[in-house]
Design a protein around this ligand. Structure first.
Ligand code: CA2
Length: 147
């Protein structure tokens, strides 16, 4: 059994309430519950965490190092494009991670085209709405099985 951690960045607590044409109509709790179910049906456990605060996200990543988390799934939201602190935290703990986005940031404004995380991620899944999470988790579970 592996322990996985799903992290959501700022404003993602609003999922399902606004801008469904960009971000879909699932709530964050819908996504968390579905991810937990997928993980558990393969014999793994999955914890989730959301914060609007960069430092709280850094703290959660650091904490994961002492919890035996073997993979982090993260939608860093706007911090994708700004945060050296999240990059440093992920490098510091050395836990492999997958970057996830609901939308395709490359088809949006120029400032969303750069990610501080993509080049150090194991994988990146973007553009499939809430299904991006399912695709990422399925890929991780398959990779764990062949390890
Ligand atoms: O597409 C994604 O998943 C993003 O990470 C979403 C971020 C955006 O800054 C990134 O460029 C791409 C924004 C999240 C905002 O979440 C909301 C959810 C519901 C209603 C309004 C905003």
């Amino acid at each position: 059994m592996s322990s996985l951690l799903l992290i959501h960045g700022p404003n993602l607590n609003l999922l399902g309430t606004r801008e469904p044409e960009i971000y879909g109509s699932d709530s964050l709790e819908d996504i968390n519950a579905r991810m937990r179910l997928i993980a558990e049906s393969s014999g793994h456990e999955l914890f989730s965490f959301q914060s609007n605060h960069e430092g709280a996200l850094v703290d959660r990543i650091q904490q994961a190092a002492g919890e035996g988390i073997c993979h982090i799934l993260i939608n860093p939201a706007a911090y994708t494009h700004t945060s050296v602190a999240l990059r440093d935290a992920l490098l510091a703990v050395g836990i492999p991670f997958t970057e996830i986005h609901l939308s395709n940031p490359h088809s949006r404004e120029e400032f969303r085209h750069h990610s501080f995380l993509s080049d150090i991620a194991q994988g990146v899944v973007v553009g499939f709405g809430p299904q991006s999470y399912d695709v990422a988790l399925t890929g991780i579970i398959n990779a764990l099985a062949h390890h």
